[in-house]
Design a protein around this ligand. Structure first.
Ligand SMILES: [Zn+2]
Length: 283
């Protein structure tokens, strides 16, 4: 356990890049073997756009990394934050609690806030404009959203009092599990259901990418599904009823145009249909 943490304490940037690239490659290949939907799309062209946004995410996080490191070091030196306040816990317990709480504050809460505050939604909706959700969608984030998420991560590290080893372990798990739950793959239904009691499963996350409310405003989880289950935001929708995208931005050509996507947060906000007729018919 200690050796895992000491590895992540000093994990080189190259290893982090390898984790990200291997994850994409693995799930990309798996999408050919067990696809959930048979998209009629140019997989490489679609992937290239999302990789562009993945690269901007990496640049933002790399440029700001020193702030994350300083925040974590500060909590350790000043004995600040939950992990420093709970005594008598074995290392594995601290790691588990640290990863759980970082996932809640830095991801679930950050994601929920971005759906609830209009200005922030303007940035986050770029992630939702993908009409073919696959493993490359995981990091399709507007650079503005990358900054917002980074700030929430720093806030999470401060509250949790997470040493940098736990932060890096959390981020590495987060990258791979986000690629997993966005991947256009289908698992045996029972397995998917079983996984969704602990972690966000592929079927669970796809509901979040359905184009209309209230489904878009559900299943916010990143690694763990327990936050949605505890906080009442867990929903189900059969795969065959899922339509990817956002009701306010239905133009697929615009949603594949980097310039247009980058400009969305600065345009007038469009109102979402709260009660979509298709959903009313279902209920
Ligand atoms: Zn979202």
């Amino acid at each position: 356990m200690e050796s895992i943490i000491s590895y992540f304490e000093t994990i080189p940037s190259s290893h982090r890049s390898i984790i990200l690239a291997s994850g994409i490659t693995f799930f990309w290949l798996l999408e050919y073997a067990v696809p959930l939907f048979r998209f009629k799309y140019k997989k490489f062209r679609h992937g290239a756009l999302n990789i562009f946004f993945t690269l901007t995410t990496i640049v933002v996080n790399f440029a700001l990394a020193f702030i994350l490191l300083k925040t974590s070091d500060w909590t350790v030196t000043h004995n600040f934050g939950i992990l420093n306040w709970v005594g008598g816990m074995p290392l594995w317990g601290k790691i588990l609690l640290g990863v759980l709480l970082l996932d809640f504050i830095g991801a679930w809460f950050a994601h929920w806030v971005q759906h609830k505050i209009k200005v922030l939604w303007g940035f986050h909706l770029i992630h939702h404009t993908d009409h073919e959700v696959d493993t490359t969608t995981a990091n399709r984030h507007h650079p503005g959203e990358s900054v917002i998420r980074f700030l929430f991560t720093c806030f999470g590290v401060l509250v949790v009092g997470a040493p940098i080893g736990i932060v890096m372990l959390y981020q590495s798990l987060s990258v791979v599990l986000s690629q997993f739950n966005h991947a256009n793959i289908t698992l045996p239904k029972k397995l998917d259901d079983l996984l969704s009691y602990v972690i966000v499963s592929p079927d669970m996350h796809k509901v979040h990418h359905h184009y209309v409310l209230p489904y878009t405003d559900s299943n916010y989880g990143n690694i763990f599904s327990i936050w949605d289950r505890l906080l009442g935001t867990f929903t189900k929708l059969p795969n065959e009823d899922i339509v990817y995208g956002v009701d306010t931005h239905p133009n697929a050509a615009d949603n594949a145009n980097i310039g247009k996507l980058l400009g969305i947060p600065f345009k007038k906000k469009r109102n979402r249909a709260v009660d979509a007729p298709t959903l009313k018919a279902e209920q």
